[in-house]
Design a protein. Structure first.
Ligand SMILES: O=P(O)(O)OC[C@H]1O[C@H](OP(=O)(O)OP(=O)(O)O)[C@H](O)[C@@H]1O
Ligand SMILES: Nc1ncnc2[nH]cnc12
Length: 178
């Protein structure tokens, strides 16, 4: 039978499958895509901790439902998504490389120049579903800084492994690695 980890977050319980990501490391797979209940519940707790923010910024893909729900709950009319590839409809994108804990190959994070212009001089909250090695949020912050935005908060539903020791992030629950 598949090994699972019992997660309780924002009053919601899930059994996360434990999956190997390398020879000596397993993670409890936390996929919020399609999970409206957990996204809405987590967003309402995180929203309380996000004050005086001009723009919410996330990275494709699993951060998107969370940032969408947060923007609704915070009455913010828009949010910004850094994509994992350059799209033909982007103007002068800012591009960085990123290696997250689940990355099997090199990934990019790309911020459309139109979005970069919006966040210049603005107070930014970086949002993700999980912070693990911290690389995704670090690269996202670099993009925001290149665009002239000021990162004032970094928030996630879960802090995985060593990320739970960080004091520069807001999160709701810890997630162990195995
Ligand atoms: O702190 P890190 O080690 O960088 O890990 C956290 C990142 O990893 C996951 O994304 P993933 O790379 O799996 O991409 P996805 O959202 O496109 O599935 C997650 O959504 C975070 O963005
Ligand atoms: N536990 C996890 N599940 C899914 N994606 C992740 N990215 C980083 N940690 C993760």
């Amino acid at each position: 039978m598949m090994e699972t980890y019992s997660l309780a977050v924002a009053g919601v319980k899930r059994k996360l499958p434990i999956i190997p990501i390398s020879n000596d490391l397993k993670i409890a797979s936390f996929v919020i895509l399609g999970d409206t209940e957990i996204v809405v519940a987590a967003a309402s707790l995180l929203a309380e901790q996000l004050k005086d923010i001009d723009y919410l910024v996330t990275a494709e893909a699993k951060g998107i439902p969370l940032v969408h729900e947060l923007s609704k709950q915070l009455n913010m009319p828009e949010y910004i998504v850094a994509r994992k590839s350059v799209k033909p409809y982007m103007d002068e994108p800012l591009i960085n490389q990123v290696v997250s804990i689940t990355t099997q190959k090199e990934q990019l994070l790309c911020l459309d120049g139109k979005d970069a212009a919006k966040i210049k001089g603005k107070r930014i909250a970086l949002i993700d579903d999980v912070i693990s090695t911290g690389e995704s949020i670090r690269i996202l912050e670099e993009l925001v800084t290149k665009a002239g935005g000021i990162t004032v908060s970094k928030a996630a539903i879960l802090a995985e492994g060593d990320a739970a020791e960080r004091d520069d992030i807001v999160y709701l629950e810890k997630l162990p690695v195995f």
